[in-house]
Ligand binder design. Structure first.
Ligand SMILES: *[C@@H]1O[C@H](CO)[C@@H](O)[C@H](O)[C@H]1NC(C)=O
Ligand SMILES: *[C@@H]1O[C@H](CO)[C@@H](O)[C@H](O)[C@H]1NC(C)=O
Ligand SMILES: *[C@@H]1O[C@H](CO)[C@@H](O)[C@H](O)[C@H]1NC(C)=O
Ligand SMILES: *[C@@H]1O[C@H](CO)[C@@H](O)[C@H](O)[C@H]1NC(C)=O
Ligand SMILES: *[C@@H]1O[C@H](CO)[C@@H](O)[C@H](O)[C@H]1NC(C)=O
Ligand SMILES: *[C@@H]1O[C@H](CO)[C@@H](O)[C@H](O)[C@H]1NC(C)=O
Length: 544
């Protein structure tokens, strides 16, 4: 029946559904967190609770006119944090970078992803790209949620689909833990000989209503008319809420960032999140039951097209947004509820850790002055010791935030030729200054990078490597993919958290999953021990 209606005609129905959903939810919200105000979604005022548990001083930011609520002055009193000694160990660098491309290579393979679930159904011939992967709680039947974008066919509406998915390994590979799965023959038929991540159920389209843009001028104009959201990213807040962050038309500009609790889109998660074997009672409170736009304060600081913002949580009730970071500036604000934010709290003492292309890089012709930094969403909290270490606690001096960032290099036609992946680490405490970042761009063991010959990018792998079946790769000395784009990172499935609020936190011996898009038409992932991703760090100015 749905196909009889145009998508836009569906909007009023969706809004009504949202209203019903919210009114149901409000009854469930405990009194202590019932601060409410109004947020406008498609002209319909929807009461929304804030995501702040402590009684908050609801001094709403005077968003469009700056206001004098600038906490920067307080932040400037806070000295920059020094790099924790446990992190300093990672500045030792036993790997030597590729002599042509300057990358270092992690020992982990990239693995295939298939959106085709177990079933005799017809092969799904759509093109899926830029995946984002999130581990479900350890007691879930399936391991991951997987969202990917669907390449539009004839119809201009942007579509994004989600499924529950599991990772399997080829039969020849001994499982490291009893919870790891071995691929069936059918899995291998879809994933190839190395196995990988595959949907368990048919992917469902994520029904998020399109939003109207305030204005799309100039170069941004082409976006005003393309309905639907794009660039989905999924992550956990400090409360353990599963959040979908996405780009969609903005109420303040052309394209902005919006958040929505995944439980509102995929109700199966409600039961799962409220059935923790270690914690009785309901799942985490839902701070974003409806589509909520994240703001920039003052809104005059906005670009027409905003993207790649990063949320990080310092406690269950406190989260921040890192808007953008480049070789000259960094902007962070605190989320005060309902998508509203403080003004920029970045310390004026902060000196950028990201380097612009050097003179010799520019001279080589492989880099352009216009290289830009793109953040991968979200950032993860890392406790700098192993999970089993009982004398090490989740204390500020042991904790940092880690994220990936990519330097995007353009060719003569201003098209991306190469995204170089770096780990960045910042303090877990205000003023959240950058502590360290990878000295060299990181490649996975069977990944190539463009801008050099295939021979040159494989130069650091003299004989070629071995894949999960012991078969060789790389000896053909061919390019694999033109560019790979890391959309998100997540803690891998299977660790037994004590509490769902720990979903966004990990230890040095935990693994992270990197979701990677290939040439804007394909998708793969990598699973890396977090301590191995921290190889060859460089200490940031001011943190030493
Ligand atoms: C690397 O892994 C991906 C995902 O399994 C695969 O598609 C690709 O062929 C591999 N590359 C090489 C050079 O073997
Ligand atoms: C995918 O399959 C459908 C139905 O079989 C067909 O109409 C469509 O043209 C196919 N698309 C591509 C890109 O092959
Ligand atoms: C991954 O999938 C691609 C495309 O289906 C296939 O060509 C490749 O061989 C697969 N990789 C492996 C390691 O089997
Ligand atoms: C860095 O970001 C700031 C704030 O968005 C911007 O004004 C500046 O032009 C950017 N600098 C570079 C080198 O991209
Ligand atoms: C935020 O504050 C930092 C530190 O003062 C500054 O470098 C940065 O440019 C500011 N961001 C914006 C958008 O003004
Ligand atoms: C456990 O953590 C403490 C505090 O960070 C550290 O000093 C100690 O070396 C760690 N023990 C082990 C066995 O790693």
């Amino acid at each position: 029946m749905i196909t009889l209606f145009s998508r836009r005609a569906m909007l009023p129905l969706i809004v009504i559904f949202c209203l019903l959903f919210v009114s149901n939810n409000i009854r469930k919200i405990p009194l202590h967190s019932s601060v409410q105000f109004y947020k406008f979604v498609s002209q319909v005022p929807i009461p929304l609770k804030t995501n702040n548990e402590s009684p908050i001083h609801l001094a709403l930011p005077k968003s469009s006119h700056g206001g004098n609520t600038d906490p920067t002055t307080q932040n400037s009193q806070i000295p920059l944090k020094k790099i924790p000694s446990a992190l300093l160990e990672f500045t030792a660098c036993s790997l030597s970078p590729n002599r042509y491309t300057n990358h270092i290579r992690l020992p982990n393979l990239l693995y295939n992803i298939s959106m085709s679930p177990k079933s005799g159904e017809a092969f799904d011939n759509r093109t899926f790209w830029n995946p984002t992967i999130l581990a479900l709680p350890y007691w879930a039947k399936n391991q991951y949620l997987l969202i990917s974008m669907v390449t539009p066919d004839a119809d201009p509406y942007r579509r994004n689909v989600m499924c529950e998915a599991n990772i399997c390994y080829p039969k020849s590979q001994k499982p490291k833990t009893t919870r790891e799965r071995t691929c069936s023959d059918e899995d291998l038929a879809f994933l190839g000989r190395n196995g990988g991540l595959r949907c368990v159920n048919p992917p469902v389209e994520l029904n998020v209503p399109p939003t109207p843009a305030a204005k799309c001028d100039g170069e941004a104009q082409v976006f005003s008319d393309i309905p639907g959201f794009h660039d989905p990213r999924i992550f956990y807040t400090g409360r353990g809420e599963p959040i979908l962050m996405m780009s969609s038309q903005s109420q303040y500009a052309c394209i902005g960032l919006w958040v929505l609790d995944l439980r509102a889109l995929y109700p199966q998660l409600n039961n799962l999140f409220s059935s923790s074997p270690k914690r009785l009672g309901p799942g985490p409170v839902i701070s974003y039951p409806t589509l909520t736009e994240l703001t920039k304060n003052p809104s005059s600081a906005r670009q027409p097209y905003e993207k790649n913002w990063v949320i990080f949580s310092t406690s269950p009730s406190t989260s921040y947004i890192q808007y953008e970071v480049n070789s000259s500036s960094r902007t962070i604000a605190k989320l005060i509820g309902g998508g509203l934010t403080t003004t920029n709290i970045t310390s004026p003492l902060e000196q950028s850790c990201l380097l612009p292309p050097t003179a010799s890089e520019l001279e080589s012709g492989k880099y352009k002055e216009s290289a830009k930094w793109h953040q991968t969403t979200p950032s993860l909290k890392l406790i700098l010791c192993t999970r089993g270490n009982k004398t090490c606690h989740n204390q500020p001096e042991n904790a940092v935030f880690i994220a990936l960032i990519q330097r995007k290099n353009l060719n003569a036609w201003n098209l991306p030729t190469r995204y170089e992946r770096f780990v960045v680490v910042w303090s877990a405490d205000p003023p959240f200054n950058m502590l360290a970042m990878s000295k060299y761009p990181l490649l996975m063991s069977n990944e190539t990078t463009s801008g050099w010959t295939a021979e040159e990018t494989w130069d650091d792998v003299p004989e070629g490597g071995k894949d999960g079946n012991g078969e060789m790769y790389g000896e053909e000395r061919e390019h694999w993919g033109v560019f790979t784009y890391t959309t998100s990172i997540a803690w891998a499935w299977g660790r037994e958290e004590g509490d769902i609020r720990e979903k966004g936190t990990g230890f040095l011996d935990d693994e992270v999953v990197l979701s990677v898009g290939v040439d804007d038409v394909g998708m793969v992932f990598a699973k890396v021990l977090v301590s191995e991703s921290l190889v060859c760090l460089r200490v940031c100015p001011g943190a030493d």
